[in-house]
Every structure is written in structure tokens, then in C-alpha cells.
Design a protein around this ligand. Structure first.
Ligand code: ADP
Ligand code: MG
Length: 256
């Protein structure tokens, strides 16, 4: 069943067509990857799907509801969340605080009861903390929970980004270059983490340049070049596709 569908999505920045008439479907429960050279429109598509910017034309549906053009927090509440290619780690917070922040959009308590700090609020805080700890354990960062987030090595900051996204209890997570800056070992571990995320019932949309990761973990892959989809298929089909080899795979992958 289609979870995310892009229909004829186009995005212009001035005269530059960053996403060009894109049709894309991500099915519920799958691990789907979007790959392509730098500047091919992958991040822009993620921005469009999560409400960071609106398409010039076309639309994106999530669970049958149009999400393109909606506000980001509304889309997050619907269960569509993303991580950022450029890390957004708040320097003053601990690892645990980062993840409890991700939970805020799921808490139900009202502002006035926060001020009164009722029993209900304290219970809510305990629940949020327990859940954040469970998620940190899941990504392998629980023993770092009291570290200042900025003191984590780069690869672990990427894991923290994922943890924060998971804390919003998503149905679909879009990971924008999660392995960028990771060591070989961390990027191998990420294969297992991505599978484990899917096994929690969360559909995964992955963007990355590390082909070992992408080809190992994805079930279906679409390839962008200059904003256009040039191929779609299984990892094997993509690796053998002459257009993909010409545009991307054959050129010595960049990691930026
Ligand atoms: P990718 O993630 O595949 O590397 P992007 O989606 O970041 O590619 O970029 C696609 C194209 O759109 C690039 O040419 C980039 O310079 C341009 N672009 C991306 N974001 C903006 C923006 N906010 N304003 C203007 N141009 C942008
Ligand atoms: Mg990008």
C-alpha cells in the first residue's frame, strides 16, 4: 500500500529546476532509497515532503492526505519525520534532552497544567523520559544520555538525530545522508539499525551516497539526475542500469 506518493512534483528555485515532474511512491513497510549525484534534488524532495518548502506544482500525499504545502509540525504529527543532512544538534542540551524534545509533539498535557505541575504532568514527564531512554537504547546511545550532545563524535550525533526523529513516533522516517561522516564500522552498524527501525513498523526513506549501505539495506531504489527520475528498481536492477552508471555510479561517488 502506498504510504507516500509524489505526483508530478516540480520545484523551481528561480530559473533552476531542482525537482522536475517527479512521480514517486513509497510503500508502507519498505526500505526505499533515493540516490543521485550532488545537486540532483534529493534534499529538496525531502524538504517538499516535510513542509519545509512548497512545490512549484504537483503535490505529495501521505496516507492519502496532501502534505505538500502544509506546515512542518502538522506533517510531523501525521507521522512523517525527517533527519537533516546538515546536523541540527543544539549545543547546550544533553543527549537525553534532545530526544525528549522530539517527544513534545506527542505529549497531550496542556500548558496550564504544566504551570501547576500536576501529578498528571509529572507522570507525563516520566513517560516521556522512559520512552526517550528506550529510544536511546535502541540506537545505542543510552550510556551517553547525560553527555552534552555537542561532545558526541560526529557519527553518534547522526544517531542522535535519528533518535530524536523516532521520538515523534513516526510512520515514515526520511533519513538524509545519515552515513555522511560515519566511520566504516558506524555505517555498517547503520544497516542493522535501519532494518531494526523498519521492524518497529516504521517505513524508511533513505538518501545516501554510501553504496555499500544503500545497496545492502534498500528494497527499492529510485535515482534522480538533475531533478528527474532516471531509474527505479531493485538494488540489482539499479546497479546494472546503464543510465544510472553513466549519471552516477560510474563516476566515482562523491560523499559531500
Ligand atoms: P541533493 O540533495 O540531491 O544534493 P539539493 O536538493 O540539495 O540536491 O539541490 C538541488 C538543486 O537545488 C541544487 O542545484 C541546489 O543548489 C538547489 N537548491 C537547493 N536548495 C535551494 C534553495 N533553498 N535555494 C536555491 N537553490 C537551492
Ligand atoms: Mg542533499
Amino acid at each position: 500500500m502506498a504510504l507516500l506518493s509524489a505526483r508530478q512534483v516540480t520545484k523551481y528555485f528561480g530559473g533552476l529546476c531542482a525537482v522536475d515532474n517527479l512521480d514517486l511512491t513509497v510503500n508502507e513497510g519498505e526500505i526505499f532509497a533515493l540516490i543521485g549525484p550532488n545537486g540532483s534534488g534529493k534534499t529538496t524532495f525531502t524538504n517538499l515532503a516535510t513542509g519545509m518548502m512548497a512545490p512549484t506544482s504537483g503535490h505529495i500525499e501521505f496516507q492519502g492526505t496532501i502534505v505538500s504545502g502544509q506546515r512542518p509540525h502538522v506533517i510531523t504529527q501525521m507521522g512523517l519525520v525527517r533527519t537533516f543532512q546538515n546536523l541540527r544538534i543544539f549545543s547546550s542540551l544533553t543527549v537525553l534532552e534532545h530526544v525528549t524534545l522530539g517527544n513534545f509533539c506527542r505529549t497531550t498535557t496542556r500548558v496550564w497544567s504544566n504551570i501547576l505541575r500536576t501529578k498528571q504532568v509529572r507522570e507525563e514527564e516520566d513517560r516521556v523520559r522512559a520512552r526517550a531512554e528506550e529510544i536511546l537504547d535502541f540506537v545505542g546511545l543510552l550510556d551517553r544520555k547525560n553527555w552534552p550532545a555537542r561532545s558526541l563524535p560526529y557519527g553518534q550525533q547522526r544517531l542522535l538525530e535519528i533518535a530524536r526523529a523516532l521520538a515523534t513516533d513516526p510512520k515514515l522516517i526520511m533519513l538524509d545522508e545519515p552515513a555522511a561522516g560515519m566511520t566504516m564500522q558506524e555505517s555498517n552498524d547503520l544497516i542493522h539499525l535501519i532494518r531494526a527501525i523498519r521492524d518497529r513498523g516504521i517505513t524508511v526513506f533513505l538518501i545516501d551516497h554510501k553504496m555499500r549501505l544503500v545497496m545492502n539495506v534498500s528494497e527499492r531504489i529510485a535515482v534522480l539526475n538533475f531533478g528527474r527520475k532516471i531509474a527505479e528498481g531493485t538494488p540489482k536492477e539499479i546497479q546494472e542500469n546503464p543510465d544510472v552508471i553513466e549519471a552516477y555510479l560510474g563516476k566515482g561517488r562523491k560523499t559531500a
